[in-house]
Design a protein around this ligand. Structure first.
Ligand SMILES: [Zn+2]
Length: 115
């Protein structure tokens, strides 16, 4: 067994991420000297499925919102991914609608001016 270079918890010899604190075991000395800052970062390898939940939330914002509300206490990472996907989807939808109406307005102005 190896020990985490950040918090000292026992981890597997082949583990690249500490299961206790999430510190990268291949991290350089600079990151080791600054454990608090490192702890606040979410390692990409530790966020499995997050992208898919984000994608789901993006495709079906309502499902993303529901998953966020269900998971926000038990699975914060997946909840955040689903919630962010839903939020992005809603923002994109609003932007698309606004752009659509602006374009309609511009086309209407051009049509009125050319008559
Ligand atoms: Zn650790």
């Amino acid at each position: 067994m190896a020990v985490c270079r950040n918090c000292g918890a026992q981890i597997g010899d082949n583990d690249s991420i500490c299961s206790n604190c999430g510190a990268n075991q291949q991290a350089g000395p600079a990151q080791y000297n600054n454990p608090q800052q490192y702890n606040s970062q979410v390692p990409a390898e530790d966020d499995q499925g997050g992208f898919l939940w984000g994608l789901l939330g993006c495709c079906v914002p309502l499902v993303g919102l529901i998953l966020y509300l269900i998971w926000k206490d038990t699975k914060p990472k997946s909840a955040n991914a689903a919630g962010k996907g839903a939020l992005i989807s809603v923002i994109v939808s609003v932007v698309v609608v606004v752009v659509y109406f602006v374009l309609l307005f511009i086309i209407g102005m051009i049509a009125a001016a050319s008559m």
